[in-house]
Design a protein around this ligand. Structure first.
Ligand SMILES: C[S@@+](CC[C@H](N)C(=O)[O-])C[C@H]1O[C@@H](n2cnc3c(N)ncnc32)[C@H](O)[C@@H]1O
Length: 358
């Protein structure tokens, strides 16, 4: 039997995913794609473990493909999905639709849809081995646990579903389609709240309560609000105006300047840095480098948003990550988050942390 891998991603990121796969896995052959959905044929025999990590920044979710199901009746399709699973002892069921538009286009928000929830319920109700399912498997909102075996059902279109599986080995793979569904709080002053919250949860950066964080590109302040709500002390650096709700928070300080104009001593007590500037990646990296490599500044970890004004820049991602590593960050991960638009998130950590003596 031929083995295939499936990948879902943001619409527009398909070329970037293909480039990453060609780079890391030259034996994999691109097989099929629709916007936001790709499959790759694996070499035979492949011997990849079921918690295999594709090591891709732009794949939102991936897994082993079992095949497709096409049938005009969704009841029959549900039975066929379980038929594809054979003897696998499935513990969770993840169902999601491939993206329909580019994030932001026509107010489009990727995430779990009613159609996906409905199919999830049907699959749970018809599971041939319910004794294998996790106790909370019927609740689509509960993330899977590390090590659980997940049935993946991707609604490529109403009449074409793709069936696969993966074993949970990361925060992202515990959510259907790698999509951490978050609700924007009513008091959030910008959608950047979602990006920051997802970035903090995905990265698991060990930022303790009360830590001092600087955010470069902080206005109007949604991301700062997510950090303030976690009990962090935030210094926002941005020439633009912050929202009054953020400015008035007792743990928030605004430095109303561009980052090159900020005095290095203002960073002396800061151990964590985040950035979300609406500029090209090399400009963001120049600004960050000037701060973190300064002899009087000791930054232990960072969460950076790097914009891709042009999708071709996705080819440069390995170079961007190497550059960040060269500043002394030995643990680096990158991912295009659900709440990222044409941009991606980098988490960088120094472990162990060696404070510079000043
Ligand atoms: C995407 S917005 C940031 C959103 C913000 N993080 C939030 O939570 O609402 C980008 C911001 O980067 C700021 N920016 C651009 N270049 C900058 C620089 N060199 N230093 C500081 N801020 C900069 C812009 O003024 C703009 O407010």
């Amino acid at each position: 039997m031929l083995s295939f891998l499936f990948v879902t991603c943001q619409i527009g990121a398909e070329r970037a995913v293909k480039g990453e796969v060609a780079h890391h896995w030259p034996g994999f052959r691109f097989a099929f794609s629709q916007p936001g959905f790709l499959t790759f044929k694996l070499p035979e025999p492949h011997r990849l473990p079921d918690d295999f990590d594709l090591n891709s920044v732009f794949a939102r979710a991936s897994g082993f493909s079992l095949g497709k199901v096409t049938n005009p009746s969704s009841e029959k399709m549900v039975d066929e999905v379980w038929g594809q699973c054979g003897e696998y002892a499935i513990q969770r069921v993840h169902v999601w639709e491939r993206d329909r538009a580019v994030p932001g286009e026509h107010r489009y928000e990727p995430g779990l849809t009613d159609a996906a929830r409905e199919v999830h319920q049907q699959l749970i109700a018809c599971c041939p081995r319910p004794q294998c399912l996790a106790r909370t498997a019927s609740d689509w909102a509960v993330p899977a646990k590390q090590g659980e075996l997940v049935l993946d059902c991707i609604l490529v279109s109403p009449e074409l579903w793709w069936v696969g599986y993966h074993r949970v080995a990361s925060v992202a793979s515990s959510y259907p389609g790698g999509m951490m569904s978050l609700t924007l709080p009513a008091e959030a002053v910008s959608r950047a709240w979602l990006k920051m919250e997802e970035g903090l949860r995905w990265s698991g950066l060990p930022i303790p309560r009360g830590a001092q964080v600087a955010e470069i590109g902080s206005a109007p302040g949604g991301a700062s609000q997510a950090m303030l709500a976690r009990g962090l002390k935030v210094t926002g650096i941005d020439p633009a105006e912050m929202a009054p709700a953020v400015l008035s928070h007792p743990s928030f300080t605004h430095i109303r300047r561009r980052s090159p104009q900020v005095r290095r001593r203002d960073f002396r007590k800061i151990r964590w840095l985040t950035a979300d500037m609406n500029v090209a990646p090399n400009y963001t990296l120049d600004a960050i480098e000037a701060i973190v490599t300064h002899s009087e500044v000791s930054i232990r970890g960072m969460l950076l948003t790097l914009k891709l004004p042009d999708w071709q820049l996705a080819d440069q991602v390995p170079e961007y990550l190497k550059r960040i590593q060269s500043w002394g960050y030995n643990l680096i991960r990158a991912r295009q988050l659900l709440h990222n638009r044409r941009e991606f998130c980098v988490a960088a950590l120094q472990k162990p942390f060696r404070r510079k003596s000043s």
